[in-house]
Design a protein around this ligand. Structure first.
Ligand code: SF4
Ligand code: SF4
Length: 180
């Protein structure tokens, strides 16, 4: 009868020959790959396929994190007017100098404000998506959405004007960022 001290010790977990040869890890990897191969598609052919298509929202990339800071929108009020009162605070707060606003007097029937933006341009190529404009706005009139990019073929198309910013976020397609 041999003394326990003289018996060969069992290899600790991870120290066996199979572990050292990565056999379990390789088998786990092969199993994962085969499972993924037969699973539903997990990628989209962006930009040909839209990632915000509600029909495709069950695929991984179709659900961006709602806290992501992406392209801006100009928010409309309940009457369909821009909420912006052309106070220029966002323009002053922007560290990248990518917002340009020209104010004009608002129509006389708009009794709740004196000014509105005649020109509101935002250069998405210069923007660093810091969110300072959103924080500076006293009217909740500008917001960043989780929409991270719109494919374009020229630099000029990346400068968004007021109509484009007002329509940049069809609510059915792009989730709103949670508000503080
Ligand atoms: S997110 Fe930042 S860089 Fe972009 S427009 Fe707003 S303040 Fe300027
Ligand atoms: S978006 Fe807001 S901060 Fe910028 S000009 Fe309009 S009201 Fe002022």
């Amino acid at each position: 009868m041999s003394h326990p001290e003289h018996e060969p010790a069992a290899p600790p977990p991870g120290e066996s020959f199979a572990d050292k040869a990565y056999i379990p890890a390789i088998l786990r990897g092969i199993r994962l790959t085969v499972n993924r191969f037969f699973q539903k598609k997990a990628t989209v052919q962006y930009p040909e396929e839209g990632i915000y298509d509600p029909e495709a929202s069950d695929i991984a990339i179709g659900v961006p994190n709602p806290r992501y800071r992406g392209e801006h929108i100009l928010v409309k009020d309940e009457q369909g007017r821009e909420k912006c009162v052309a106070c220029l605070l966002c323009m002053a707060a922007c560290p990248a100098l990518c917002i340009y606003i020209e104010p004009e007097p608002s129509p006389p029937e708009w009794t709740d404000r004196e000014r509105r933006p005649r020109v509101f341009e935002l250069d998405m190529l210069r923007c660093i998506y810091c969110g300072y404009c959103e924080e500076a706005c006293p009217c909740d009139a500008i917001r960043l959405t989780p929409k991270f990019y719109t494919p374009t073929t020229s630099r000029a198309e990346r400068v968004y004007d007021k109509p484009r910013l007002l329509e940049n976020n069809p609510a059915a397609q792009i989730p709103q960022r949670p508000r503080k």
